[in-house]
Design a binder for this molecule. Structure first.
Ligand code: MEV
Length: 438
């Protein structure tokens, strides 16, 4: 069966839903009820969500949780996290509490440069291209004046444009490699608008550049787009304390813990299979805050993983040292984030999250997000190197299993009590449910 359709985007919302129901669902009424149950009764709010994307049929909820007690550079934060994975917020809260009495987290922004490129094909003499670039560069800047005016007034704008010869990688391939300061905006729209203007000016001006031959005048612009790789938009976050101060209820032997923890980080530094999972755990914390604050987690993911491979081999994003009795654990990652523009001024829960974070600048948010990643990794490695991860995970997962079996509130209370003393496994929970239902 070919279930294709044309003109779908022009259908009304209910026409779209009816088409889906008729095409794919056997129990149409239940499917329709489900879709409608997730609509917001506030029509204005629903319309806002409908218009974020095309062909919206309903809303897809994720829990928004909070992790309190984060002390970052001597300021207290409660961090909002939008995520479905059951153990993430609990892990963040545990890590924040652990470090609260050990000096908290320290974080600093190392750089804030964003990048965009115009990729083009030029068939001709490179020296002539260089002299054309020198001639046209001021015009590239001046012709973006209407785009850059507001950003420049606030202290940002285009930092530089370079001509790059990439012909050793691909025949006739060159770039305009541009750098930007976009302040509190993530900057994607600003950068892409500038780049498209550069491309148009560059192509037009080439046509009247006297030294070019006819073929050289015919520069072909392939595309103009920002890069989500931002190795010069870096933030570093760190925790440290005396090894002996690591001692706690679950860390009876801090010296042994510090060494094992360091070994776990070293393993992620040298072993790709482990590094990917190690970094995935970091991204559990990072993505959740990025999403809650209305930022683009795909952009962050892509850039962070590229950074993890910057030395030619995929490796850990966090590092650890145990020297002279001091345990130090830190992360350094590229993060292009915004606290103005985009969803930040549109999505009511994003505004709520940003207010909870005391209306951060983009730099503040970079620090908070890096800390969330470091905290998550600390919690994961602490569990992995001591009790193992499943104890905590399965405790959190218990509620998912109970909900799957539609446990009543009374059943939940009984079973949660029971599993305080017993190991949670899927089959143990199923057996316990069956037992109390007999
Ligand atoms: C699970 O979502 C994340 C962990 O696997 C991370 C790690 O292994 O470090 C627990």
């Amino acid at each position: 069966m070919r279930n294709t359709i044309s003109g779908f985007s022009k259908f009304s919302k209910s026409e779209k839903i009816e088409w889906l129901l008729n095409t794919y669902f056997s129990d149409k009424d239940s499917a329709r009820t489900l879709v409608q149950r997730y609509w917001n009764t506030d029509e204005k709010l629903q319309k806002l969500h409908d218009e974020f994307i095309e062909n919206t049929i309903t809303n897809y909820y994720l829990p928004l949780g909070v992790a309190p007690n984060f002390l970052i550079n001597d300021t207290f934060y409660t961090i909002p996290m939008a995520i479905e994975e059951s153990s993430v917020v609990a892990a963040a809260s545990k890590a924040s509490k652990f470090w609260l009495n050990r000096g908290g987290f320290k974080a600093e922004v190392l750089s804030t440069e964003k990048i965009g490129q115009v990729h083009f094909i030029y068939k001709g003499d490179f020296e002539k291209l260089q002299s054309f670039f020198a001639h046209v560069k001021p015009k590239l800047i001046s012709e973006t004046a209407s785009i850059t005016k507001n950003m420049e007034r606030r202290g940002g704008g285009i930092l530089d444009i370079e001509l790059r010869d990439k012909t050793s990688d691909l025949p006739n391939y060159y770039q305009l490699h541009a750098t930007f300061e976009t302040l509190d905006a993530m900057g994607a729209n600003f950068i892409n608008s500038c780049l498209e203007q550069f491309a148009s000016t560059f192509k037009n001006e080439a046509q009247s550049f006297e030294n070019f031959t006819t073929e050289e005048k015919n520069i072909s612009i392939v595309m103009s787009i920002l890069s989500n790789y931002v190795p010069q938009c870096l933030v570093r976050a760190e925790v440290s304390c005396k090894v002996e101060d690591l001692k706690s209820k679950d860390i009876p032997n801090p010296e042994e813990f510090a060494q094992k923890f360091k070994q776990a980080v070293q393993i992620a530094e040298v072993e790709t299979y482990r590094a990917v999972t190690h970094n995935k755990g970091i991204m559990n914390g990072i993505d959740a805050v990025v999403l809650a604050t209305g930022n683009d987690f795909r952009a962050v993911e892509a850039g962070v993983h590229a950074y993890a491979s910057k030395d030619g081999k995929y490796s850990s994003l966090t590092h650890c040292s145990v020297e002279n009795g001091i345990f130090k654990f830190w992360i350094e990652i590229p993060l292009a984030l915004g606290t103005v523009g985009g969803l930040t001024s549109l999505h009511p829960l994003v505004k709520f999250s940003l207010e909870m974070l005391q209306k951060p600048t983009a730099k503040d948010l970079m620090k908070i997000v890096a800390v969330a990643g470091l905290a998550q990794n600390f919690a994961a490695l602490k569990s992995l190197t001591t009790t193992g991860i499943q104890e905590g995970h399965m405790k959190m997962h218990l509620m998912n299993i109970l909900n799957q079996f539609e446990a009543t509130e009374t059943e939940k209370v009984k079973l949660i009590e029971h599993f305080k003393k017993n190991v949670v496994t899927h089959s143990a929970v199923v057996e316990a449910i069956e037992r109390i239902r007999k």
